[in-house]
Design a protein around this ligand. Structure first.
Ligand code: ZN
Length: 820
């Protein structure tokens, strides 16, 4: 699954907001599993054939499900099915009416005679319900009459039971069939192969989908509605690209690289894509970023790429689409046995997202993405003492940052440790021996050792079952008499609980006037000193060249050495590190010149971005000159950072007109949006007039309007209240509402009318607007919001990502900003 918080956002969305959200959401939960261990089973679910009918206006579902089971032990007198809020109308066992009872979360079916191990039965259940989770109706209403009708499901973690009564925990697999009777004009998508579509007497149509290879039930999916579809074939397998009616133009830019990804992953793993089709369906108001349902991924429409914006979007939807595609192997073909093993799904999907980046955009891009994730993860202090494999779900926390970001890093380090040949051979073997199975971490360890003869137990103990990462402090001295560089290494992480000392290989690079030398050292002690011979005083000393180990480093270097590193280090993380370190250097013209040079001329965009950020942080007229010189960068995602950096030079009286000019003329919408944001941030004298005019401007995906609405919030001018109130209202486009709601969160904190409006948005059915209101209330800091948010948190029918959003907002409301 791709986290809702991680989904692509419009370039104009405030980065700080997302970073903050991610930092807090580190403690949030993609699976509030009630049971951290897989269950002991009474029976094996072997096939589930579900037929669904919908009462669309009433948002009700009627179902008939036939399930084939085989007893797994003797004396099974009753069968339990997970079932929540469904009305069970009748149950038959092998064609004969059966007695049953229901509890709040189970359907219990009595067997006439206790079943013996191996005994098979067919259970037929008729039921109906109005699901609050698991199955969602997105329908037009008086506010949004143009909304295409959509019905879709989201099973992970334990929500399939809200619309089908069945065994619903990942330690079992079943074949499945999904039969959907829907209006004739609709399109449907489900797992597996489309067996056929037939016309019904009442003018509806019935679609029959069959998944012949077993899956775990959280991966069952159905989507139906007013969609449009394009079909292609890849190696004989149908590919479906499905979007809501009216969004046809996004199919090409969003999905054009799917076949290339399928080729790459299939060939790299030596395991061909394993399912009968691959459908990617975008749905409105989706409750997650993306979900890897077997052979039928569901994506949020936020992933869809407007063709007019594609040229200024670095990766477009590639990050989410490659992540979900990788899950078709890691998660679907081989599935975690319990939620504590979820990293076997998410860590690999996260890693393969970067493997795709490496393939498509180059190793520099991939390394840089890991470098950024590392900084983010190290900031998430709550994750640090908790291992990746963790069974403590008691505070409903699931440590997302560990399951995704750290786990992705662990897979990267594993590749580094094994080397490419062994790494991919190990993964191939792991997938083949566990194909169609449910796994725990030991299965991966064992498969790697079998395939490569390399024992990885210590590596896993340290990185997966142990917590944290090394925090290095490095000291440096050059002894001219012996021509030696003496480096002191200390591991400063607090060694307690599951956090130990780390044993890691680290590459040290030392450059002198006559060249470079690289040494690999094994660091395992709390404190170590190692001397390296050189042929002269070093110009650069790089610790962990290329950033291969997940860690933090405190290594004080003088500005000349950092400037040299910024210009000359081979890898992008090492140059980016130097830019970040130089941002703390003041009153040093050479350092400033080095940053200015990097901001304009570094061959990699990410280093130019870090140099620009550093210049913005340093401030002053010389730094501003350097930023302006980089303002004509050909890359839009560098230019927008330059504009944001400009916002730091508030003392320059010509800044407002400069920003206005960029907002009016830059060829990239993302850069113009950023300029509007900066006008609000510096509280430029005419900003209100300019921003309120920009609110009236049409642009692709309303990017300019939404940026202006956000900027009006930052500006903090009371005249913006009616504009933001208007655009936050029901009936306005949803992304505009989100921008206006975010803006309102920052306006006049004493204005109770705003708080009341935001609270009222908590009760509406639109997921996106609701989440924006939750966050805005948290940011706003009016304690009136505490009670309604706490009330909302009590609702057991919240979707997976809403609960953590509320917890985040409540923490913000209860914690003074300084201590957050
Ligand atoms: Zn995922």
């Amino acid at each position: 699954m791709t986290r809702e918080s991680q989904r692509p956002r419009p370039a104009s969305a405030p980065i700080w907001c997302t970073a903050l959200a991610v930092a807090f959401l580190a403690n949030s939960s993609p699976c509030r599993a009630d049971d951290p261990y897989a269950r002991s089973r009474d029976y094996d679910l072997q096939n589930v054939r579900t037929h669904l009918w919908f009462d669309i206006e009433q948002r009700r579902v009627r179902g008939e499900v036939s399930e084939n089971i085989a007893a797994l032990r003797d004396n099974v007198s009753a069968l339990q099915f997970d079932s929540v809020s469904l009305t069970i109308e009748s149950v038959a066992v092998d064609g004969r009416a059966a007695k049953f009872s229901v509890t709040p979360d189970k359907l219990v079916v009595a067997l006439e005679h206790p079943a013996a191990r191996g005994e098979k039965h067919e259970i037929l259940i008729h039921y109906q319900g109005q699901p609050k989770k698991g199955l969602y109706f997105i329908l037009p209403d008086k506010n949004y009459p143009q909304q295409p009708k959509e019905i879709w499901t989201q099973g992970e973690a334990e929500d399939t039971r809200y619309y089908i009564p069945l065994y619903d925990y990942p330690n079992d697999r079943t074949t499945s069939e999904m039969i959907l009777t829907v209006p004739a004009a609709w399109i449907t998508v489900s797992n597996g192969r489309l067996v056929g579509v037939k016309d019904e007497a009442d003018g509806t149509k019935t679609w029959d989908w069959k998944q012949s290879e077993p899956l775990s039930t959280y991966l069952i999916s159905m989507v139906a509605g007013e969609f449009v579809e394009r079909e292609e074939t890849w190696r004989g397998i149908p590919l479906r690209f499905v979007v809501p009616r009216g969004r046809e133009s996004t199919i090409e830019p969003t999905f054009k690289r799917t076949t290339e990804m399928l080729d790459y992953f299939s060939d790299k793993l030596g395991v061909p894509y394993p399912w009968a089709q691959y459908a990617q369906t975008s749905v409105d108001d989706f409750v997650e970023g993306g979900m890897e349902n077997t052979s039928a991924t569901t994506l949020t429409t936020h992933t869809l790429e407007n063709p007019k914006l594609a040229p200024e979007d670095r990766v477009g939807g590639d990050d989410v689409t490659s992540h979900e595609l990788a899950h078709q192997w890691f998660g679907d073909l081989v599935t975690c046995k319990d939620w504590a093993s979820l990293w076997l799904n998410e860590g690999f999907a996260d890693y393969f997202q970067y493997l795709w980046t490496e393939r498509r955009y180059g190793a520099d891009d991939a390394d840089f993405e890991f470098w950024r994730d590392q900084t983010e993860w190290m900031r998430q202090v709550r994750n640090f003492p908790v291992p990746i494999v963790n069974r403590d779900f008691t505070d409903s926390s699931e440590y997302e940052g560990n399951i995704y970001d750290k786990a992705g890093w662990v897979v990267r380090m594993l590749r580094e440790k094994l080397g490419d040949d062994n790494f991919f051979r190990g993964l191939h073997h792991y997938l083949e021996v566990n194909r169609g199975e449910n796994v725990v971490t030991a299965d991966l360890q064992k498969a790697i050792e079998q395939a490569t003869a390399i024992n990885v137990d210590k590596f896993f103990d340290q990185w997966v079952f142990g917590a944290g990462a090394p925090k290095f402090e490095v000291t440096y001295a050059y002894d001219a008499s012996t021509r030696q560089v003496n480096l002191g290494f200390r591991q400063t992480q607090k060694v307690e609980g599951r956090v130990g000392l780390f044993d890691v290989p680290v590459e040290i690079e030392i450059a002198t006037a006559s060249g470079r030398q690289t040494h690999t050292v094994e660091l395992s002690e709390a404190s170590q000193t190692i001397s390296f011979p050189t042929d002269g005083p070093p110009l650069m000393v790089v610790f962990d060249k290329g950033d291969k180990i997940l860690k933090s480093v405190d290594f004080k270097k003088d500005p000349a050495m950092l400037s040299y590193q910024l210009k000359n280090a081979e890898t992008t993380p090492d140059r980016a590190d130097a830019a970040v370190a130089l941002s703390s250097v003041r009153n040093d013209p050479n350092a400033l010149a080095a940053l200015g040079d990097a901001a304009q001329h570094d061959p990699f965009w990410g280093v130019r971005v870090e140099a620009l950020r550093a210049l913005g942080k340093i401030g002053g007229p010389d730094a501003e000159k350097a930023v302006l010189a980089a303002g004509s960068d050909p890359t839009p995602w560098v230019r927008d950072v330059a504009v944001r950096a400009l916002g730091n030079f508030k003392d320059d009286p010509s800044l407002p007109s400069r920003l206005s000019n960029i907002a009016a003329t830059d060829p990239a919408y993302r850069v113009r949006s950023e300029a509007l944001g900066a006008l609000g941030a510096i509280k430029a004298p005419d900003a209100f007039e300019e921003l309120s005019a920009a609110v009236k401007t049409d642009s692709p995906d309303d990017m300019i309007r939404d940026a202006a609405l956000r900027a009006l919030g930052t500006l903090g001018d009371a005249r913006a209240v009616p504009i933001l109130m208007e655009w936050s209202q029901l009936g306005k486009p949803m992304e505009g509402r989100q921008a206006a709601i975010a803006g309102l969160g920052r306006l006049d904190k004493t204005n109770k009318e705003i708080t009341r409006a935001l609270i009222s948005y908590l009760n509406e059915p639109y997921f996106d607007a609701r989440n924006s209101a939750i966050f805005a209330l948290g940011e706003r800091g009016d304690p009136d919001a505490i009670a309604p948010l706490e009330e909302m948190l009590k609702n057991s029918e919240l979707t997976l990502s809403t609960g953590p959003y509320i917890e985040l907002a409540l923490r913000m409301l209860k914690t003074p900003p300084a201590t957050r």
